[in-house]
Design a protein around this ligand. Sequence first.
Ligand code: ADP
Length: 166
Amino acid sequence: MIRAIYPGSFDPVTLGHLDIIERAAKTVDELIVGVLNNGGKTPMFSIDERVSMLEEVTEEIPNIKVLSFSGLLVDFAKQTGATTVVRGLRAISDFEYELQMAQTNRKMYPLLDTMFLATSLEYSYLSSTTVKEVAFFDGDIREFVPESVISKVQDRVRAAKQKGRT
Ligand code: ADP
């Protein structure tokens, strides 16, 4: 029985993430999408909003659970009984950081192994940051995020611009 975690910020979830989720869910028995709630930069969507967007876009996939977590991934893995981490690789630029993270995690928790899925070519350029930038300048994000996420991003951008004007 392989229980895996696909961790990330998902701010917001993109079609690239969804592609990794769908493919990973076919390879493991149970996939936990772990939404990271770490302070850092201010996200566009709250942790609860990100969790519910992910639940909505994965509702047809039976072996998926969406959970939020904070702190170390290894602690979340221990809590949930997961022994595999899934990460997506888009380009060489992702590689160095991902390799370092995978090795650090394995050092801290030797039972935890990381599985990398190469991005599908059509999403190799895509990131949550790009989506937000394009939306901010009123670009079309329909090819970047799931249908139900489009208006949520647009509303958030509109609200931010209005706030900027007042
Ligand atoms: P993080 O802040 O941890 O990088 P993200 O939400 O940006 O979180 O990404 C989560 C995971 O999804 C990472 O493994 C990242 O490499 C992968 N990922 C992001 N965008 C894509 C994409 N377009 N195609 C494939 N994998 C992706």
